[in-house]
Ligand binder design. Structure first.
Ligand SMILES: Nc1ncnc2c1ncn2[C@@H]1O[C@H](COP(=O)(O)OP(=O)(O)OP(=O)(O)O)[C@@H](O)[C@H]1O
Ligand SMILES: [Mg+2]
Length: 234
């Protein structure tokens, strides 16, 4: 099968220490690619390296040349970066950087806010909205340039069940609209609900790669088996 993303000997080193890798994998499915693993396994580092935020070694190849372009990729951080602006202008910001006129940028930001179900005063200050709403705002901002791929680092880490459920619905809609999604999560239930493919990391190495339910029902590696069972991995 043709892969849309392949990594070969990808690693990130800092200060003489390998933070992640070397890892090699091919992603081939249409579903969401979920990166799992305990704290410090290298999930954030892997996502950042793929997006070009880390100096990396090894090869990263995108199956579709369009995906390789930085502006066709969006990244949603675990704690959204906030600006001293209104919610609407925060969402519109990437378009303003592109030189889109304010009125048009705001109109398009409103469309994205609706798309992600952000029901707040869009003219209000971004500091005043809740954590879950900030997460939705960050998604709307990430979506506004209609990216080919969206990276999300633990998008639901601080959210309650209802907000998590809403974000999961948005993610599946985005996936169905044809945007590639690669995300990390600690939440095994969430991974099971969303994953088309799974990359399981442990101590910076790729312990196991699996397709959807097969991974959860019959993990092959000791580390993934223990993790899914709820054991603490050292
Ligand atoms: N800025 C940094 N400087 C030095 N080491 C770092 C830095 N960021 C991360 N690391 C180290 O790199 C390794 C991988 O970290 P990473 O944040 O990618 O893990 P993670 O799987 O995302 O963990 P978590 O589940 O806690 O978010 C860890 O050993 C971590 O201590
Ligand atoms: Mg992390």
């Amino acid at each position: 099968m043709v892969s849309w993303l392949s990594a070969e000997g990808l690693s990130v080193r800092r200060g003489g220490r390998t933070l992640m890798g070397p890892v090699s994998f091919d992603l081939t499915g249409d579903g969401i690619a979920v990166v799992m693993g305990p704290n410090g396994a290298g999930k954030t580092t892997l996502l950042r390296a793929l997006h070009g935020l880390e100096r990396r070694r090894g090869d990263v190849r995108w199956g579709d040349a369009g995906l390789a372009a930085g502006r066709n990729q969006a990244f949603v951080f675990q704690s959204p970066v906030l600006m001293r602006r209104t919610v609407l202008d925060c969402i519109a910001f990437p378009l303003r950087l592109d030189g889109v006129a304010r009125a048009e940028a705001r109109a398009r930001a409103e469309v994205q806010a609706t798309r992600v179900g952000l029901r707040v005063d869009l003219g209000g200050a971004v500091e005043d909205i809740s954590g879950g709403e900030k997460q939705k705002m960050a998604m709307a901002r990430a979506l506004i340039r209609d990216p080919g791929i969206m990276f999300l680092d633990e998008p639901c880490a601080n959210l309650d069940g209802r907000s998590t459920c809403e974000i999961e619905d948005i993610l599946t809609q985005i996936r169905d609209s044809g945007t590639r999604i690669m995300m990390s999560t600690h939440d095994i239930g969430q991974a099971r609900r969303l994953a088309g493919e799974v990359l399981f990391l442990h101590q910076g190495k790729l312990e196991e790669q699996g397709i959807g339910d097969t991974f959860f029902d019959a993990p092959k590696s000791k580390a993934a088996t223990a993790y899914l069972r709820g054991d603490i991995l050292l």
